[in-house]
Design a protein around this ligand. Sequence first.
Ligand SMILES: NC(=O)c1ccc[n+]([C@@H]2O[C@H](COP(=O)([O-])OP(=O)(O)OC[C@H]3O[C@@H](n4cnc5c(N)ncnc54)[C@H](O)[C@@H]3O)[C@@H](O)[C@H]2O)c1
Ligand SMILES: [Zn+2]
Length: 354
Amino acid sequence: MKHQDLLFTNEVAEALDKLITDAGHPLTFIIVDENTRRHVLPLLLDKSSTLSGAKIITVKPGDVNKNLTSLADIWTALQEGGANRKSLMINLGGGMVTDMGGFAASTFKRGIRFINIPTTLLSAVDAAVGGKTGINFNGLKNEIGVFNEADAVIISTCYLSTLPVEELHSGYAEMLKHGLIDNRDNYDRLLGYRIEDADPARLLDLLKESVMVKRRIVEEDPHEHGIRRALNLGHTIGHAFESLAMRRESPVPHGFAVAWGCVTELVLSHMKTGFPSAELQRFAAYIYENYGSFPITCEDYPELLELMHHDKKNVDSDINFTLLGGIGEIHIDCTASEDEIKTALDIFRDLTHQ
Ligand SMILES: NC(=O)c1ccc[n+]([C@@H]2O[C@H](COP(=O)([O-])OP(=O)(O)OC[C@H]3O[C@@H](n4cnc5c(N)ncnc54)[C@H](O)[C@@H]3O)[C@@H](O)[C@H]2O)c1
Ligand SMILES: [Zn+2]
């Protein structure tokens, strides 16, 4: 695995100029989606001294466009733009752009260098770091892809002011998840910060601490054979909520589903691995206050369980979870029965006032 350079700075253009200069001014391609082209690209171009010859490749925004058609468009633009093995790609966008741009760079001529500049909180704290790249295929999320780390990731908070506040909360949920699996100090700091008051410098400090949690875990287990599964906390049930919302045609942001998934999986942690009740109450109250609730009744349970069984990490009848014994006490490869999960869902509904 190459050692990914993580740079934490709000002087993004300066950091990028240095990387491009050190790389000998390669032919550079910048991938943006229509939104980051409008909101972020001008800010970067305005301050950079090395991007005047860069070629811009624009894709349609949103996870629905993280697909083979957009990928082929990127490959074509690289070809037509004369990209060679020495070229450099810059992915300027949220997780959709960093996932697909990273995959396009990893496969074009067997791999060209790429730099991620995440522009959403979710991509800064999660998607842009850790080497998972890919696209959705035949209706399945992230079905085709490779593990390949960016040569560098420039992490900042200076582009977040144009992001809808809901997207900020969505990314913050992944930071809370990192706090839960890390330690009490980190977790307490996160619970004491209000994302609405986003002060870029303070948020950058918190973001750095949070990204380092992911980095430590990924370095230990880059291909997810063991401890990397700690990062799945909240995601087994969270993905089921997300898919159910999609089927209801009222989608919820990924991080909201993860926040509610964390509450439910902490209930399971309380039942199975001794997660303290007072801590569960505190977390649930915070989530309810900031994320509201996901409306479900017991009639939704069979569908939610079916969705959890479909999760690729579950091989037989019991469902696989990462649970906690307390803040920072990780138990991977736990299982829970359908009855235990139903009980946890009942308690989730109580805790979120349904
Ligand atoms: N590789 C990984 O480890 C990993 C981890 C988590 C999520 N993901 C993937 O990441 C994607 C979700 O990431 P996301 O939440 O960043 O979504 P996204 O990239 O779709 O961005 C969300 C929306 O915000 C817009 N946007 C981005 N930056 C903006 C800015 N600064 N100002 C205004 N608008 C802006 C985008 O155009 C888009 O409409 C999914 O495809 C998911 O599968 C990957
Ligand atoms: Zn997630």
